[in-house]
Design a protein around this ligand. Structure first.
Ligand SMILES: [Zn+2]
Length: 762
């Protein structure tokens, strides 16, 4: 690519050198194939039959541009009498060739059969602001030519007047390719498609009487759509079938994608070999690869290779909260992970679909060490992770969020710590053991793509594919995950508790429409006022007023209720854990931690009202978004029911003419691990060995919806190994992780995979 060339010498400033005709003789050669006895022509025969064509001298125009020639396009003159362009310039030609190059000029060349096939220079177009031109597109219907140049500049010329209509910048990168939507017989809107380092930008073109207006907005929903596809996108092509317009794009991701141009929707077809995984690993032509597996995998799985593949994983913009924009990216990433597991030696790798969501990736590394005698005695460990991420914007990050950037022993990028980094650590750890024939346990990966969006569809998909996930219904002994952080930047930790979460929308509405307070104020009971009164009933000082909310169910080992306690209740065994944290993490306010980890909370996030945004509307509808964090010992179902009942009761007392509804949008159960079980004991030793100090045991205020669910489904216990430090900025700008943490985590997981025993209850 021109932008990547160190020396742009050949794209020189315009000089006054004139183009000339070459003077070498022309010839057409046809090589006659040799006599061959075989009925099937051989490869060599086939090639010898190919006609060798030499271009006639008069058809060669040397020095057409003073620089590289980057782009060519073609205008067919259908009817010279109806085309202003043709009247002005091209009445003598059937076709006009448009060329552009490193000299920043666009040149028009006439071509007709009478002219013996040679090109006749007609005129050139240029503008002082334009450097090298890399791409061209011609709109026959609007008689305009679009030129994409260096530094993201796009120029539009009118072919009737040869005036420059517009010059604008779409992004800081060179415009590699341009296309306009297929001819719509002069009907607008038409679209201009631009391919850059970033991906594809689609922009609407509308025609006013004087000139073509470009409507550009800096968002994804207006007239300008940006798709981070094929980045960098190197070539674009548009075509129409049955009045539907389509776009084909291709780029250095080795993918060819087909788009519906109207919607720019993700109806995109991606080549199955689209992955840019290391070619050596996946190309079957490589001698060291057989059956898609890498024979020298154990020497291939180095720490450098780990970082390289993590870098690739980070480039997928797998933002699950914005499915319209990133669904295809998520699919690509799931594909990437599936192939990665497969090429690393996992069996039964596949994707389980999630309706309207991102697929779950699954693969099993089978125990293969010499120690494995009876497969029934092999421990089975399930690793849960997720490949989706929180949104990240270029403008608020110091480094590009979807490019992994190393600095000072850390790597930066969206997902490096939550959760792509720890996930890839686990994959590498197990692949290393497996490739050396040293894996003592069956290790099952379940990787979802909707964790950041509330694990949408995860539970149903897991239940549907339970038999395959558990390798034919075999028991699972332990669930492991790494999706949280240390308490500080120096003390290794194991996590044993997460709060649960209920997301609620509380809506009050009236049968009447939005109204004007000057007309109806004082006459009606306003939904917004009812909502405020309801919200006021939920909390008194620091107390949550939902009946029964502050009761904790004490459970025995068999999950039976043993008694009720109040919120302040603390198990005896937890006290020394807190004492140790207080001792070793000196700058921590333990009481604050206890509140965050051990106490439930109710938060009001947003209030929305219907109608226009001004100071005289009585809204027909008022809506509050709330969430409740619950803790182990509280029953999710009880809290939910009690909340709904309480709100309805309070509303009844208001004697309002309005209506109320409580909508539960999302829910996640709290989770409490058993720090005394074999998994935590084993993990504690592994951490101690790697870090040189025993870990502290911590809880977290956040939620992971799937953990308690997986424990229930597989009737086993989970253990949670945080990888990153507290300063990792997960979910925030400049997310990072310390490389040492990743590499040590890998060793910890390798040890755990071979040391975890079968669970005692299985
Ligand atoms: Zn997260």
């Amino acid at each position: 690519m021109p932008s990547n060339r160190f020396d742009k010498f050949f794209d020189s400033e315009r000089t006054k050198r004139t183009f000339s005709k070459s003077s070498s003789p022309l010839s057409f050669t046809e090589t006659v194939p040799p006599e061959s006895g075989s009925a099937q022509p051989s490869y060599a025969d086939h090639h010898q039959k190919v006609k060798v064509i030499q271009i006639p001298t008069e058809n060669i125009t040397s020095y057409a541009h003073n620089g590289y020639l980057y782009a060519l396009d073609f205008i067919t003159i259908e009817n010279p009498l109806t085309s202003t362009f043709a009247i002005n310039i091209a009445e003598n030609y059937q076709h006009v060739i448009v060329s552009a190059g490193g000299d920043g000029e666009i040149k028009l060349w006439g071509y007709s059969n009478e002219n013996n096939g040679s090109l006749v220079f007609l005129r050139s177009l240029s503008h002082p602001k334009i450097d090298s031109i890399f791409s061209l597109a011609v709109s026959q219907s609007s008689l305009t030519v679009y030129a994409g140049s260096s530094n993201g500049n796009v120029c539009i010329w009118d072919l009737a007047t040869f005036q420059l209509l517009k010059n604008f910048q779409i992004d800081p990168n060179d415009v590699y390719t341009l296309a306009v939507s297929p001819s719509t017989n002069g009907n607008y809107p038409q679209w201009l498609l631009m391919g850059t380092e970033f991906g594809i930008t689609k922009m609407i073109l509308s025609k006013s009487t004087v000139q073509v207006d470009i409507e550009m907005e800096n968002n994804d929903t207006g007239t300008c759509v940006r798709v981070t596809k094929n980045d960098p996108c190197l070539t674009l092509l548009t075509f129409a079938v049955n009045n539907e317009s389509y776009l084909v794009s291709a780029g250095s991701d080795k993918t060819i994608s087909l788009w519906s141009l109207q919607t720019m929707s993700n109806t995109c077809i991606t080549c199955s070999d689209s992955l840019s995984l290391d070619n050596k690993l996946l190309t079957s032509g490589d001698s060291s690869v057989s059956d898609g597996k890498y024979e020298n995998l154990s020497t291939y799985l180095t720490n450098e290779k780990f970082l390289q593949i993590l870098g690739e994983l980070i480039t997928f913009r797998t933002v699950s909260k914005q499915p319209d924009t990133y669904k295809e990216e998520c699919r690509k990433c799931a594909n990437f992970l599936t192939l990665l597991l497969k090429s690393f030696g996992a069996s039964k790798t596949q994707m389980f679909p999630v309706p309207n969501g991102n697929s779950i990736v699954h693969g099993i590394f089978k125990a293969n060490s010499k120690k494995v005698k009876n497969p029934d005695d092999t421990p089975r460990i399930l690793w849960y992770g997720h490949y989706d991420v929180i949104p990240a914007s270029n403008s608020t990050w110091k480094t590009p969020p979807f490019t992994m950037t190393p600095s000072n022993g850390y790597i930066y990028g969206r997902g490096v710590t939550d959760n792509k980094g720890p996930l890839l650590v686990a994959i590498f750890a197990i692949a290393e053991l497996h490739s050396r024939g040293e894996l003592d346990s069956d290790f099952i990966f379940v990787i979802e793509g909707e964790e950041e969006a509330g694990s949408w569809g995860f539970q149903n998909s897991v239940l549907e594919n339970l038999y395959e996930i558990s390798d034919g219904g075999k028991p699972i002994d332990w669930i492991l995950l790494s999706n949280s952080y240390w308490l500080d930047d120096k003390t290794p930790a194991l996590n044993y508790g997460l709060r649960g979460r209920i997301e609620i929308e509380l809506v009050v509405w009236s049968d009447k429409p939005d109204r004007h307070s000057g007309v109806d104020g004082g006459v009606v009971i306003e939904p917004s006022m009812d909502l405020v009164k309801l919200l006021g009933k939920l909390v008194y000082r620091d107390q949550i007023m939902i009946p029964g909310f502050e009761e904790i169910y004490k459970r025995n080992k068999n999950d039976g209720v043993e008694g009720k306690e109040n919120l302040q209740y603390l198990e005896d065994w937890e006290i020394p854990l807190y004492q140790e944290i207080a001792q070793r993490v000196t700058d921590m306010d333990i009481n604050e931690l206890i509140r965050k980890w051990r106490l439930p909370s109710l938060s009001l996030h947003k209030i929305e009202m219907s109608g226009p945004d001004n100071g005289s509307v009585i809204s027909q509808k008022a809506e509050a978004k709330l969430s409740i964090r619950i803790i182990p010992g509280q029953e999710l179902e009880n809290v939910k029911e009690s909340f709904i009942e309480y709100v309805n009761e309070c509303f009844k007392k208001l004697e309002s003419t309005n209506h109320v509804e409580v909508k539960i949008m999302h829910e996640a159960e709290p989770w409490l691990g058993d720090v005394h079980n074999l998994a935590y004991q084993t993990l504690s030793t592994c951490l101690d060995e790697e870090w040189g100090v025993p870990p502290i045991f911590v809880r977290e205020g956040g939620s992971i919806p799937s953990i308690r669910f997986l424990e229930k489904v597989f009737a086993c216990s989970a253990a949670h190994i945080p990888t990153g430090q507290s300063s990792d900025n997960a979910h925030l700008n400049n997310e990072r992780v310390r490389i040492v943490n990743l590499l040590k985590s890998k060793e910890i997981i390798k040890k755990a995979a071979n040391r975890l025993p079968k669970a005692q209850n299985s």
